[in-house]
Design a protein around this ligand. Structure first.
Ligand code: SAM
Length: 279
């Protein structure tokens, strides 16, 4: 149940402020309150929780998050959206802070605080860049408690992919070696205004324990080489990574296998050997 005061319909807000969706900003707005509430439920109970929202646009998802009782810091780069967002902030009594800016340039953690949930419906390229940034946090456990992000369904499948599947690759290893991703649900194109070309999906990611003795940079180096030539045998694709073939042999992994057959744990074990002080 939303605890917000009565608000004008989003369509009226969009019309009143001339917020026609701009392709250059990757704008596809969500207006269906039930769907927006469903997204806001993905991180769990938000009553009193801190949320960082990227790209609130006209504020549909923001309303759902505020309605769930969250304190929201929202960053939006489209100036046209700022007036309606500030109007929303005024009626929710300190629950919403609006920042004008580009999320890619923002050092958000000090603004939002530890333990915040990140929630966003973003353009594909911005969402992927931020996902990589958040997954690459050097401190683990990271400052964020969970990520709830809208992606093209195909990208969502790459994030949660298991070995021996076409979608399995660097993104799956990066997303799974020290966090747990899942697809919460898919979202039909028709739910967006205007509809994008493809189906979308909401992905939920929570941090897990980081395996000991492994550096992200080493894992990135191995997966870049291995999946850069994914059709090749490992003895070929990992030739450029010093010590990798010996490490495969030490682990009893056949060098004739291909990258997509290795589990996330296999990649972690490989990185651990390369990161060992005498490795
Ligand atoms: N969250 C709103 C919704 O669900 O209806 C809007 C979604 S729309 C797909 C993406 C929003 O992100 C737009 O309002 C766009 O202006 C904003 N945006 C795009 N790139 C951004 C960036 N780098 N930093 C902050 N906001 C950005």
């Amino acid at each position: 149940m939303s605890r917000l005061p009565p608000l004008p319909p989003l369509r009226e807000v969009i019309a009143a402020h001339g917020l026609s969706a701009e392709k250059a900003l990757g704008q596809n707005f969500l207006l269906d309150a039930q769907l927006l509430d469903r997204i806001a439920r993905v991180p769990g109970d938000l009553d009193g929780a801190s949320v960082y929202e990227v790209g609130p646009g006209p504020g549909g998802l923001t309303r759902a998050l505020l309605g769930a009782g969250a304190h929201v810091v929202a960053v939006e780069r489209d100036r046209r959206c700022l007036v309606p967002l500030i109007e929303l902030a005024q009626v929710v009594d300190g629950q919403l802070t609006v920042i004008e800016g580009d999320a890619l340039d923002l050092d958000e953690a000090p603004l939002v605080g530890r333990g915040a949930h990140i929630v966003a419906n973003l353009p594909y390229n911005v969402g992927t860049a931020l996902l990589i940034r958040w997954l690459s946090d050097t401190a683990w456990t990271p400052w964020w408690a969970s990520l709830t992000l809208m992606f093209q369904k195909e990208v969502a499948e790459r994030i949660v992919a298991k070995p021996d599947s076409d979608h399995y690759g660097r993104l799956a290893v990066l997303a799974q070696w020290r966090s747990t991703p899942r697809i919460a649900f898919t979202v039909n194109r028709a739910a967006f205004v205007p509809p994008p070309k493809v189906t979308s999906a909401v992905v939920h990611i929570v941090p897990a324990d980081a395996p000991e003795g492994v550096r992200l940079a080493t894992l990135e180096r191995i997966t870049a080489a291995a999946f850069g030539q994914r059709r090749k045998m490992l003895r070929q694709s990992l030739k450029s990574v010093s010590g990798a073939i010996e490490a495969l042999e030490a682990l009893g992994i056949e060098t004739t296998r291909r990258a997509e057959t290795l589990s996330v744990e296999d990649f972690v074990a490989l990185a651990r050997i390369l990161d060992a002080p005498d490795g």
